[in-house]
Design a protein around this ligand. Structure first.
Ligand SMILES: CC(C)(COP(=O)(O)OP(=O)(O)OC[C@H]1O[C@@H](n2cnc3c(N)ncnc32)[C@H](O)[C@@H]1OP(=O)(O)O)[C@@H](O)C(=O)NCCC(=O)NCCS
Length: 161
């Protein structure tokens, strides 16, 4: 009788500059229009909350959050394609929500592409509500078409205040 494979241990840690090659590998494989390495460098430099989720000590996803003036903004959340659909995105999102809450943020905002129904489903089922739309928010794709963003908000209790 073969033993069931052990569930890979998941953990979180802050991202460092040395992680950016791995982050860019995931970013390029997960998005058609992805962030540049320079954007991640800037996020680290200005002190945004840059977190990795790891499975068996390997980075499999990351999230970038800015927190200020009582509000948090989720700027990026991404799980490597081969690991999607296994609960990592939800676990990472919950971690970032708790982090923002503990630091006194009263709400967390994010933008999501109109076409990204998968991410929208994650946000809605995590309690986010659609509160607006930004026309032509995303840069033009190869067909020179810009895409609208939906703006989502989750109210927090501001545990850290
Ligand atoms: C969006 C993303 C972070 C979700 O991560 P994930 O690990 O795949 O998500 P999970 O396995 O935790 O699933 C969370 C929820 O997402 C939704 N979801 C997951 N797979 C889905 C699919 N194939 N179709 C529709 N919804 C799906 C479901 O609501 C799911 O909740 P449920 O399992 O309770 O039904 C991931 O798909 C990703 O990195 N996508 C590319 C980058 C991206 O679009 N980021 C968001 C930018 S706004």
């Amino acid at each position: 009788m073969s033993a069931a494979p052990a569930l890979a241990h998941r953990s979180f840690r802050r991202l460092h500059t040395r992680d950016l090659p791995r982050v860019m590998e995931i970013e390029r494989s997960a998005y058609q229009q992805c962030w540049t390495e320079g954007i991640f460098h800037d996020c680290l430099r200005v002190g945004y909350e840059c977190w990795a989720i790891l499975e068996a000590l390997e980075i499999v996803g990351y999230g970038i959050l800015s927190i200020g003036a009582g509000e948090a903004h989720l700027l990026n959340i991404c799980v490597m394609p081969a690991c999607q659909g296994r609960g990592l995105g939800r676990e990472l999102l919950n971690y970032l929500i708790d982090w923002a809450d503990d630091r006194g943020a009263l709400a967390i905002y994010l933008e999501v592409r109109l076409s990204n129904v998968r991410a929208q489903s994650l946000y809605r089922s995590s309690g986010f509500s659609e509160v607006g739309k930004r026309s032509g928010y995303y840069p033009a794709d190869s067909l020179m078409v810009r895409e609208d963003a939906l703006l989502f908000r989750l109210d927090l209790v501001g545990e850290g205040t």
